[in-house]
Design a protein around this ligand. Structure first.
Ligand SMILES: Cc1cc2nc3c(=O)[nH]c(=O)nc-3n(C[C@H](O)[C@H](O)[C@H](O)COP(=O)(O)O)c2cc1C
Length: 186
């Protein structure tokens, strides 16, 4: 199962449109997908009292279970003030430092301007590293103009395909075990 975490609370969110387009590609490739809509499901602020020993009925416990069940994760965020959303930051603060260990993580950031998404994705790379995950090299730094009638442009579509391919390749390698042998040189 691949888990998509949506960090936009906007009713007409383009980040959501992009995440669902990635989901459609994953499902078409035979993966199952679980969507975490943070604005609907995990609205409470992170309770640090729950961090070390969370109550099984707490939001902290529930979110950790969802992440632990995933072979890969996609983090999708709007760009707010040059960064990712507080909603997404609040979610990752619920997680332990090894929450993404052994998992590839895809990054999607949608900004109002054409050059803002890359910065948010780069910041999320630091977060993924802090949680032990492996950021996919291809990210989606997008804006509304990359979609026509909620469908991605050809360029955006090709990048989505590349991201999906990286996530699936890494998730499979992680499931089956990486080789520790280095290729012969000379
Ligand atoms: C509080 C706030 C801050 C924003 N800051 C930026 C910004 O720094 N750069 C940018 O390109 N867009 C910025 N935007 C515009 C949003 O990225 C844009 O509305 C985008 O469509 C949000 O994604 P969504 O449609 O998925 O919610 C900001 C919007 C809000 C509400």
């Amino acid at each position: 199962m691949i888990l998509g975490i949506l960090g936009s609370a906007s009713k007409d969110s383009i980040t959501r449109v992009a995440l669902l387009a990635v989901r459609d590609r994953l499902v078409a490739a035979g993966e199952s997908f679980d969507l975490v809509d943070l604005a609907v499901e995990y609205r409470e602020l992170h309770d640090v009292e729950q961090y070390d020993d969370p109550d099984p009925v707490s939001q902290t416990w529930a979110l950790r279970r969802r992440v632990a069940a995933a072979a890969a994760v996609v983090l999708a965020t709007p760009v707010y003030h040059g960064s990712f959303s507080g909603l997404l930051k609040n979610a990752v603060d619920h997680l332990l430092g090894d929450a993404f260990a052994g998992r590839p993580v895809g990054l999607v950031a949608n900004g109002g301007g054409p050059r803002s998404g890359g910065g948010a994705c780069d910041q999320l790379r630091s977060v993924v590293r802090a949680l032990g995950g492996w950021s996919a090299p291809t990210h989606l730094a997008i804006t509304g103009a990359d979609f026509i009638d909620s469908r991605p442009s050809r360029f955006t579509s090709e990048r989505m395909d590349a991201l999906v391919n990286e996530l699936r390749t890494f998730a499979t390698a992680s499931r089956t075990g990486f080789t520790t042998e280095c290729p012969a040189t000379g």
